[in-house]
Design a protein around this ligand. Sequence first.
Ligand code: PLP
Length: 285
Amino acid sequence: RIAYVNGRFLPQREATVHIEDRGYQLADAVYEVWALFDGKLTDAEGHFTRLERSLSELRIPMPMSRRALTLVLREAVRRNRIRDGLVYLQVSRGVAPRDHAFPTQPVAPAMVITVSAVDRVAAEIRAAKGIGVITTPENRWGRCDIKTVGLLPNALAKQKAREAGATEAWFVDELGFVTEGASSNAWIVDGEGRLRTRDANANILRGITRHTLLDVIAQAGLEVDERPFTPDEAVAAQEAFITGAGTLVLPVIAVDGRPVGKGAPGPVAARLRRLYIERARATAI
Ligand code: PLP
């Protein structure tokens, strides 16, 4: 595999960052992940816009223009000869002597890109089976709308899920509502067949897949309630699923070991997955 690090492409095992990179020491860095279909970037504009917003919230300059970044991302994909996969991009504030406050001298942001392959056949098999999720108390900070690499609560939640034999963890706020997954947004199809997902103005990541899927749903003539749900409501729902660049639209068949609906993937999630993938293939650049 070939990685991009600060202007250079090199074998990934030789790719390193400085020990005083602020991303490494302070999680002072943001990231983005694009799904690749046929070697092309899915929902490219949405991810660029969110990257620019995450950077501006942290007052880190965009390392290069969108146009230049598109070329670098494409070159990274090309050099890895990957058709179906994920592109990871990380931008940290840069390298400076350790100090919590920002460096007083201007530093260049540090940018890293890696590309990995996804087995789309295996992904479809997984989607046909569905996954289990666990719930865990929401213990993240108040700015989950910024896509930072400060992912320790997410990593611990995901590990807890794995140890419970599940795939994803849903954070639950103090009112008992699901906020989102450790690396995905959460949805249900309620008892009346209405789609429901938490309002993106809450303290969650505004998923790009979520955003595109809202459009797909509107075009399919379905209705969505942007309102939170509880784990009990998910269990009582007809269907549940998650969305994200890594999972696209993935059915959830159990919450804390309790079956959702009939305990099998349902028709709405299956249809939305198909429609989302069609859209992704048609609009990837
Ligand atoms: N929520 C969290 C916490 C995430 O980390 C992610 C993606 O990794 C998502 C939601 C889904 O966002 P997107 O659809 O933009 O990949």
